[in-house]
Write a protein that binds this ligand. Structure first.
Ligand code: DLL
Length: 438
């Protein structure tokens, strides 16, 4: 475990407004946003079709009357149909990381970029970043919002950035050692990769000065956090965001590490049942929906993220008043329906990480021969379990089988594979191959 202790520090007064103050700020910002989206033909049409006069949207409750915006809507407006400002006022473009189909482009004015840097600076501060620290950013720099978003957030705090970008793991570690880097920023799956390299190459922990890390960009589990923290001797913080809403900075953990505070002065969050579209109760899982409150270039109304999480409005010991979201258990698009049962890859990850003798590298394959769903989980063994007897390996398989069954209620085919055979990722991991999709 890490000995690093994060002293609680709140960056902006907006993070700890009373509910009444916050709602008043949100209301005035919402009204302005509704005016701005009138510049976008897509929203003009949407509002007209729904019979809504924009001037009638005056309160936070009125927001419920507005239609949702979906990824398909954004694709339909590709590349810049959702722009609310003149192109000459755009300072930067990014794109969603969609692996299939058309990407979606997002745009920022200079004010948007300032606001975005500040939101990233907030969660970084909450999670330990101080001006005297150096931070290695091992996210992709490019259309992906991770690299640049975090880069400017670190600078905003006044800390120093090492823009290593994703990949070339030996060089990452060399930089970390030579520069005595304090904090690492990347996806959790890339961190796993880095940690593995350190262990395999017998690099002593004290050759590194790493104290903590901020991970985001993909779902990961609490068991994965424990694994990385134990292996690297650091504290790991979770942060969440998506390009369509702004990028990283939508939410992040504070020192309490008990949910991610959503920047409610910048976004209104709703949590809905994805089938009925009705709000779910606090604490219940549902799909997150965001409305931007101070974005200029591409304001967005009630964006359906497909991300499944629960909201916690209870006060946090850190003093921030912004609602916290749980870990994202999965995207509703990633949810596998196996024999009628809903399963998220994160549940399988959770099960695997609880079984000793498995490495945290796995791949899930789904097929439907003879019209019956079959799931195969390829699991990497550790060096020790790999060199054990057939009997021990069979026992390991049985333990994995039981762990998966306990968490998902389903039996899956377990295939043990040799160490270092499954793909490693430098960005977002792709752990599911669904052959049923054609
Ligand atoms: O991944 C923005 C980001 C970059 C967030 C770096 C945090 C750190 P996109 O490429 O548009 O943007 O992908 C957004 O990634 O809808 C979630 O499904 C997933 N995601 C992002 N952060 C987390 C997280 C960036 N902490 C999509 N936990 C989102 C779970 C996450 N899923």
């Amino acid at each position: 475990m890490s000995k690093f202790v994060v002293e609680n520090r709140i960056r902006d007064k907006e993070e700890s407004l009373s509910r009444a103050e916050l709602e008043s700020l949100q209301t005035s910002r919402l009204r302005k946003t509704i005016e701005q989206v009138q510049q976008i033909p897509f929203y003009q049409k949407r509002f007209a079709e729904a019979g809504i006069a924009p001037g009638k949207i005056q309160t936070l409750d009125d927001l419920q009357r507005l239609p949702f915006t979906t990824k398909a809507d954004l694709r339909g407006e590709y590349p810049l149909g959702m722009l609310a400002v003149d192109k000459k006022d755009v300072a930067r473009y990014h794109g969603s990381s969609g692996t299939t189909g058309q990407p979606t482009m997002v745009a920022y004015t200079q004010n948007d970029l300032n606001m975005w840097s500040n939101l990233c600076a907030r969660f970084l501060t909450g999670g330990g970043l101080r001006p005297e620290h150096s931070v290695q950013i091992a996210f992709g720099y490019g259309l992906f919002t991770g690299g640049f978003g975090l880069h400017y957030g670190v600078e905003r705090v006044g800390a120093s950035v090492i823009p290593a970008a994703a990949g070339n793991t030996p060089k990452q570690i060399m930089l970390m050692m030579d520069m005595q880097v304090d904090a690492l920023v990347c996806t959790p799956s890339y961190a796993l990769n880095i940690s593995e390299f350190i262990i395999q190459n017998d690099i002593p922990r004290n050759a590194l000065n790493l104290k903590y890390a901020h991970f985001g960009g993909e779902p990961w589990t609490e068991d994965m956090r424990t694994r990385i923290e134990d292996e690297m001797g650091i504290l790991c913080f979770n942060n969440y965001g998506l390009s369509e809403v702004i990028g990283p900075g939508v939410s992040g953990e504070c020192a309490a590490r008990d949910g991610m505070h959503i920047a409610e002065d910048a976004f209104i969050v709703e949590c809905i049942n994805p089938d009925t579209l009705e709000p779910v109760d606090p604490g219940e899982e549902g799909e997150l929906v965001f409305t931007s409150l101070s974005k200029e270039a591409m304001p967005i109304i009630r964006y359906r993220t497909r991300d499944i999480a629960a909201l916690n409005p209870e006060p946090c010991i850190c003093g921030r008043t912004h609602v916290r979201m749980s870990r994202v258990t999965g995207r509703s698009d990633d949810m596998l329906i196996i024999k009628g049962v809903n399963v998220y890859p994160s549940q399988i990850e959770q099960a695997l990480l609880r079984v000793k003798g498995t490495a945290p590298h796995y791949q899930i394959e789904v097929d439907r021969p003879d019209r019956k769903d079959v799931v195969s989980v390829k699991v990497e063994m550790t060096e020790e379990s790999f060199s054990s007897s057939m009997k021990d390996m069979q026992e390991l398989k049985d333990r994995i089988d039981r762990a998966i069954q306990t968490i998902t209620g389903l039996r899956m085919n377990i295939e043990l594979v040799s160490p270092n055979t499954l793909e490693r990722f430098v960005g977002k991991a792709q752990r599911v191959v669904d052959h049923r999709c054609g």
